[in-house]
Design a protein around this ligand. Structure first.
Ligand code: ADP
Ligand code: MG
Length: 343
C-alpha cells in the first residue's frame, strides 16, 4: 500500500539533491527494482544517460492506484511513520526519487503487478497521464531528456563517457554485492556488462573484473558480536577478496554494502585496505567486495542525502570487525605466500 508521509516524518527525512547526475537516476531506479524483489535488472543508457536511461525489472510491479501515486512527492510503500525510520530494511524509504526524477526529465513508467493488464504513467513537465498498458509482471522506467530544461545543470555534467563510467561503477557495485540478481548494462546499444545472477560471488567478480581478478579470488564469511552498553549486536561480514597481486591505484574497487545498500563508505573501504595491510604493494588498493549485515537499529541510513555513507552505532567496532575479517580471510587463504610468488 502506498501512502503519503505525515509532515513530521517528512521533516525528519534529510532532504537532499536526489538527482545530481545520470548516475543518481540509475541508483534510485536500481534500488527500486531491488526493493521490488527483481531477479533480473536490465539497464540501458544512451548518451551517458542524458538522452535516455531505461531500467527494466521483473519485480512485483505496481497496481494502477500505486503507480499513479508513486510519482507524487513523499509517497512510499516502505515507511509509514517516523518511528519506522530507525528500522528501514528497504533501500528506498523517502518516497522522493520518482517525483524528483520527474521534475528534471520526462518519466515514462510501465508496470504490472501480475494483473490482467498493466499501467503506464507518463509525467512530462508536471503533467501526468495514466493509461492501460500491455506488460508482463514487473516495471519499466524510462527517463529521457534529463536536465533538458535546466541548461546550467546539464552544462555541469561531464562528457558522456565520464557520466557512463559513473553509471558503470554504480551498476558494478550492486552487481557484486547482489550476485543473486542478474544485471545487464548497455550503453548506446552495446552491452558492456552482464552478470549471471547465480548467487556466486566469484561468478559476479568474473563478469565485472575478468579472469585474472576472479581466478585467485576467495570468498569469506565472518561473524562478530559487538556491544554498546548492554546492547549486543551480531555483525556479519562476507564477500570476496581478490589476490593482492590484483591491485588498483584507487580505492574505489573496494565495493561495500551495508544491509544490502551499496555505498561509497570511505571508512569501511579504508578498513578493507588496512586488512590487506602489507600484502599490497605500496600505494596500491585492493579489489574486493565486502557486505556488512547488522541489525537495522544499529545503522542510520539517513545521515547522508546522497546515501554515500551510513551512521553506525559503533563505527569503531564496525571498522575493526571488517579489518580483522579481511586479515583473517587473507591469512587462511594462504595468499601471503602466493603473493610473494606472484611478485
Ligand atoms: P521510495 O523508494 O523511497 O519508496 P520512490 O519515489 O523511489 O520512493 O518510489 C515510490 C514508490 O513506488 C515505492 O515505495 C514503491 O512502492 C513504488 N515503486 C517504485 N519503483 C518500483 C519498481 N521498480 N517496482 C515496484 N514498485 C516500485
Ligand atoms: Mg526508491
Amino acid at each position: 500500500m502506498i501512502r503519503t508521509l505525515d509532515a513530521e516524518t517528512r521533516a525528519k527525512i534529510a532532504a537532499g539533491e536526489v538527482v545530481a547526475r545520470p548516475a543518481s537516476v540509475v541508483i534510485e531506479l536500481l534500488e527500486n527494482a531491488l526493493d521490488a524483489g527483481a531477479e533480473t535488472i536490465q539497464i540501458a543508457v544512451d548518451g551517458g544517460g542524458t538522452e535516455r536511461i531505461r531500467v527494466v525489472d521483473d519485480g512485483r510491479g505496481m497496481s494502477e492506484a500505486d503507480a499513479t501515486l508513486a510519482v507524487e512527492r513523499h509517497t512510499t510503500s516502505k515507511l509509514s511513520d517516523a518511528d519506522e525510520l530507525e528500522m528501514v530494511e528497504t533501500l528506498g524509504f523517502r518516497g522522493e526519487a520518482l517525483p524528483s526524477i520527474a521534475a528534471v526529465a520526462r518519466l515514462d513508467l510501465t508496470t504490472n503487478d501480475g494483473g490482467e493488464r498493466g499501467t503506464r504513467v507518463v509525467v512530462e513537465r508536471g503533467d501526468k497521464t495514466v493509461s492501460p498498458a500491455g506488460r508482463g509482471r514487473g516495471t519499466t522506467v524510462e527517463v529521457t531528456g534529463l536536465f533538458a530544461e535546466r541548461p546550467a545543470r546539464k552544462k555541469a555534467l561531464a562528457a558522456a563517457e565520464t557520466e557512463f563510467a559513473r553509471i558503470t561503477s554504480i551498476v558494478t557495485r550492486y552487481a557484486l554485492c547482489r550476485p543473486d540478481v542478474r544485471f545487464v548494462l548497455r550503453h548506446d546499444d552495446r552491452q558492456t556488462l552482464s552478470t549471471p545472477g547465480s548467487g556466486d560471488f566469484i561468478a559476479a567478480m568474473l563478469a565485472c573484473y575478468g579472469r585474472d581478478a576472479a581466478g585467485q579470488a576467495s570468498t569469506f564469511d565472518a561473524t562478530q558480536v559487538v556491544s554498546v552498553g548492554d546492547e549486543r549486536a551480531e555483525i556479519r561480514v562476507d564477500g570476496v577478496l581478490c589476490h593482492p597481486a590484483i591491485s588498483r591505484a584507487r580505492r574505489d574497487h573496494v565495493h561495500v554494502s551495508v544491509n544490502g545498500r551499496a555505498l561509497a563508505e570511505p571508512r569501511i573501504r579504508r578498513a578493507v585496505s588496512d586488512g590487506y595491510g602489507t600484502l599490497l604493494p605500496d600505494g596500491r588498493e585492493p579489489v574486493a567486495v565486502v557486505r556488512l549485515a547488522l541489525p537495522p537499529a544499529w545503522v542510520d541510513h539517513n545521515v547522508h542525502p546522497a546515501k554515500d555513507e551510513v551512521g553506525f552505532r559503533d563505527p569503531q567496532a564496525v571498522a575493526e570487525t571488517v579489518e580483522s575479517a579481511v586479515r583473517d580471510a587473507l591469512s587462511t587463504a594462504d595468499l601471503a605466500r602466493s603473493a610473494d610468488l606472484a611478485m
